[in-house]
Ligand binder design. Structure first.
Ligand code: ARG
Length: 398
């Protein structure tokens, strides 16, 4: 009996080539699985192309809700930013796509799965560690690492199969979903070159942003955004709306030097107006409702959480252990944050919560204060004791 290979099919050039190629090289039937995580893709055309290229079956899975509920909301609670800047849309989607591929493979009794990642990037690591964690018996094919085809060679190969496809409309390599849009390649490979306007589609240039500011009120419930300007929205819709508005004000572009898992540095450009706005608001609200020590520890764990997710270790138990800590803190993260969008910025200009730890009567400089200032003297003497002592012994003259 012919073996079956389940392919993580994106609709792009590489994974299109893979459909007949795996059939020819490995003699397997190919089931193409197309997972919708909110990317801009002509799914109908992609399904039709896979069929024309001889896929035994094409399965399209709408995973947008699951992506947001199981991945993005966790990233919000964790203020998930790799190297402090990248909200990790691509990184978060890979373990989800991997889990869908494994599910289909198990259901169809397939022995093999395949992905279209190159040997230089993070995505191969994310896919393969996830697949092995879920089902170590599945054989994994990564044809791009072995076939040695150029882009033009791929186009030619498809033409021989009767399918016309260009090298990709854009000179950039794009990976997008509901949370962020990654832009790589072309002239961006020179880190000195400014990203051209054509690289961006979710955000306007600041020069074309409206002349008037726009305010958003984001309400969070246990660390998760639930309302926008008072209107209850499901998180998918909320993210889409914030993305549109924040992007229209020219906010949400990222350009940084990134360290990949495989040890390569790369210049990465992203746009993520909603992700950056929501995380910024969430971080601000946490500062109102969490204690100083909770915040300090959370920041350390957040860095580890982001590193694990970026590095393809979604299925590492430590991630869940960190999330247990995070979820405990999020019990108190209820409240509203006011964001001012204006000329490429998203400024937090207000926050309030029934669980606020801020005590105006304590903090105020006005005479209404009920803080006993005489207590400060003794505190300062004890607080500085060891520092003052060290200076006396080491540095002070007399
Ligand atoms: N550097 C980012 C990441 O590793 C984006 C990768 C984009 N992937 C792509 N196939 N263009 O998450």
């Amino acid at each position: 009996m012919k073996e079956t290979c389940v392919l993580a099919y994106s609709g792009g050039l590489d994974t299109s080539v893979m459909i007949p190629w795996i059939g020819e090289k490995y003699g397997m039937d190919v089931i193409a699985v197309l997972v919708d995580v909110g990317q801009k893709e002509d799914f109908e055309a992609a399904v039709e192309r896979a069929e024309r290229l001889g896929a035994a079956e094409v399965v399209k899975i709408d995973a947008r809700r699951e992506f947001v509920e199981q991945y993005v909301l966790r990233a919000i609670k964790a203020n998930g930013l790799y190297e402090g800047v990248y909200p990790m849309g691509t990184s978060l989607s890979r373990p989800l796509i991997a889990s869908k591929i494994v599910e289909v493979a198990e259901k169809k009794g397939a022995s093999t799965v395949a992905h279209g990642c190159t040997g230089k990037g993070n995505d191969q690591v994310r896919f393969e560690v996830s697949i092995r964690s879920l089902n170590p018996r599945l054989r994994i094919l990564a044809p791009v690492r072995e076939w040695g085809l150029s882009r033009d060679g791929e186009v030619e190969y498809l033409e021989k199969k009767g399918v016309k496809m260009d090298r990709g409309k854009s000179r950039f390599s794009i990976d997008d979903n509901l949370w962020s849009r990654s832009i790589e390649g072309g002239e961006l490979e020179d880190p000195w070159v400014e990203p051209p306007e054509e690289a961006f589609v979710w955000s306007r240039p600041v020069s074309e942003a409206p002349g008037e500011p726009e305010y958003l009120i984001l309400e969070f419930n246990k660390g998760v955004p639930t309302r926008l300007n008072g209107e209850k929205l499901d998180p998918v819709e909320l993210i889409l709306r914030v993305n549109r508005v924040a992007g229209s004000h020219g906010f949400g572009r990222i350009d940084h030097m990134e360290d990949r898992v495989v040890g390569i540095k790369s210049r990465e450009v992203y746009e993520a107006p909603a992700a950056l706005t929501i995380i910024r608001a969430h971080q601000d609200l946490e500062k109102l409702v969490l204690t100083r020590l909770e915040l300090e520890e959370k920041r350390r764990l957040e860095a580890t959480w982001a590193w694990l997710v970026y590095s393809g270790l979604w299925f590492e138990p430590l991630r869940r252990a960190i999330e247990a800590f995070i979820d405990f803190t999020q019990e108190n993260v209820d409240g509203e944050v006011r964001v001012k969008l204006f000329k490429g910025e998203a400024l937090i200009v207000g926050r309030r919560s029934a669980k606020s730890l801020y005590d105006e009567k304590r903090a105020t400089y006005s005479s209404l204060s009920r803080f006993d200032q005489t207590l400060a003297d003794g505190f300062i003497q004890l607080w500085g004791l060891s520092t003052v002592r060290a200076n006396e012994v080491r540095y002070r003259k007399s």
